[in-house]
Ligand binder design. Structure first.
Ligand SMILES: [Zn+2]
Length: 522
């Protein structure tokens, strides 16, 4: 499809379907053999790879439809992306720049990378999720299943409509081949509902659903802050002079949720620590904060989202600037610009070290090191301790070359192991052996680990724990058994896998065996 062409057919999005799922269905029904074709049809570019939360190049997608249809960029953003979940909590002056990025992608998702790095990856989900009862309803109504947006939001563990636990679609997002889109195939689904008994989980899901559905675009961080503050005053947790009783707030907050629940939400609070996330939440009103935490505070203060957002009472207008301690006043625009520049450098120079960054971007490095330490430590490459006196450029370049060479050998060794007839556990020793230079490799990696960052990172990423190995082995055995017998039996899998007693019982292994059985035997 060229740049100006229209869809000759389109998989109309279902209610609350993520765009990702629309693309997966399109790919299937269009009979495209390559995802490149599908991506070109949608975005005229293949850089919008398998994105679930914030799709980009939407202006191109919009141009695929006749003017006057409902399919505009805004429609896709509001109805089929996760942006509305974040939108009410963003500062007013930056909100438009995110929308601009989704429409035109001028900087390849940089804005969102920055946002994600600021708010942290709370309640990270490796798999797409579904609700058994929603799925049954979808099959009845549409004859097929699809992935719902609300079920993919971090922090949502139950379906707000049916109050049953969400289930993982048995394919990990990370394991899908680069650029592929997984269509929801009913063959892989377990449609037996399990009901939730935790009322707080349901409340979080309801609140999230309300935010998504109501596209609260008129709200922004500043507006929300004022509402919080009014509730705080009302609850006796703040004075209308702007002073917040933080210790009291923390105590009541932890009493309300309990730390077990807060841990589930990646928001544990240690009452003995002075500077935890909730302190920042209450003090740094300019910060980006993860919506999960907004929802927790909102529910604590006001019980449900509808009341919080719809209340139109007169609010005490206070100047939040005045109550902010001096400690936190830094130039935010400058900070964000520097953060962006540093991230761009890291993207452009893979494998770069902290020292390189300090040299190339000394101004940004110094500023963020002094004023934005937490972000700095979380996003820069780990520091490499200085040893000896090898500082000349030549010595450095030699190490870089060696690292690249070693990395190639390690990658090749891994492929060789994976191509063996039977699965063998990938260990450091085996990798070293397979490179054909066992002693050198082991020696280098034990003594000069910090001079070989790419190789040692790669190695630690690919060596398998026993459990990881068994999971791979189970997939292999199931494939073999199925080819041989056409049907899987649990005891046969267990016998062939020759697992030790303790591994037979681990939840991941049990789940993997069950996944395979349901997949092959259905
Ligand atoms: Zn449901």
């Amino acid at each position: 499809m060229g740049t100006k062409e229209m869809f000759y057919f389109f998989t109309d999005p279902y209610e609350d379907e993520i765009l990702y799922s629309v693309i997966a269905r399109y790919h299937y029904y269009a009979g495209n053999t390559s995802y490149v074709d599908t991506l070109m049809d949608f975005f005229g570019s293949i850089t919008n790879i398998s994105v679930i939360e914030f799709p980009r190049h939407l202006s191109v997608l919009e141009s695929r439809f006749k003017k006057g249809t409902k399919y505009t960029s805004e429609y896709f953003i509001n109805q089929h992306s996760l942006f509305p979940y974040y939108a009410p909590f963003l500062p007013s002056k930056v909100k438009d720049s995110y929308i601009h990025e989704m429409k035109y992608s001028p900087n390849h998702g940089m804005q969102f990378a920055l946002l994600k790095s600021s708010i942290g990856n709370l309640c990270k989900q490796d798999k797409l999720r579904y609700c058994p009862l929603c799925t049954l309803k979808d099959i009845e109504m549409h004859g097929e299943a699809y992935f719902h947006r609300i079920h993919q939001v971090p922090g949502v563990f139950v379906c707000p409509e049916h109050n049953c636990k969400l289930k993982n679609y048995p394919i990990e997002k990370g394991k899908v081949k680069f650029g592929h889109y997984v269509k929801c195939n009913t063959k892989h689904l377990d449609l037996e509902p399990q009901y939730n008994t935790n009322i707080k989980l349901k409340e979080v899901a309801d609140c999230t659903s309300y935010i998504l559905k109501h596209a609260l675009s008129s709200f922004n961080k500043e507006e929300i802050d004022i509402r919080y503050f009014n509730y705080l005053v009302h609850r006796g947790l703040a004075l209308d002079t702007g002073y917040i009783r933080r210790a009291k707030f923390k105590q009541e907050f932890v009493n309300y949720y309990g730390n077990e629940f807060l841990t589930l939400m990646d928001s544990y609070i240690d009452l003995t620590v002075k500077n935890c996330w909730i302190d920042k939440f209450l003090l740094k009103s300019f910060e980006f904060i993860n919506p999960i935490r907004h929802i927790l505070v909102m529910l604590f203060l006001c019980k449900n989202a509808q009341t919080f957002f719809s209340k139109k009472d007169a609010y005490i207008k206070i100047n939040l600037e005045n109550r902010r301690p001096k400690l936190f006043t830094i130039n935010i625009e400058r900070r964000d610009r520097y953060r962006k520049e540093i991230l761009q450098y890291i993207i452009d120079n893979p494998g770069s070290r902290r020292q390189d960054l300090r040299r190339a971007m000394s101004k940004q490095h110094r500023f963020l090191f002094e004023k934005d330490r937490e972000w700095f430590e979380a996003n820069l490459p780990a520091p490499i301790p200085r040893k000896g006196t090898i500082t000349s450029l030549e010595a450095r370049v030699n190490w870089v070359n060696r690292d690249v060479e070693l990395l190639k050998l390690i990658k090749k060794a891994r492929l060789d192991i994976l191509n063996e007839d039977k699965p063998i556990r990938i260990s450091q020793m085996l990798i070293a052996k397979k490179t054909g230079r066992k002693k050198i490799v082991l020696n280098l990696l034990s003594k000069y680990k910090d001079k070989l960052p790419m190789s040692s990172n790669c190695l630690s990423g690919i060596i398998e724990t026993s459990e990881e190995f068994y999971l791979r082995k189970i997939d292999y055995i199931c494939r073999e058994l199925y080819q041989e017998k056409g049907f899987l039996k649990r005891h046969e899998i267990l016998r062939k896998a020759s697992l030790t007693k303790s591994y037979k019982q681990t939840p991941k292994i049990k789940e993997r065996i069950q996944d395979n059985i349901s997949r092959y035997n259905s």
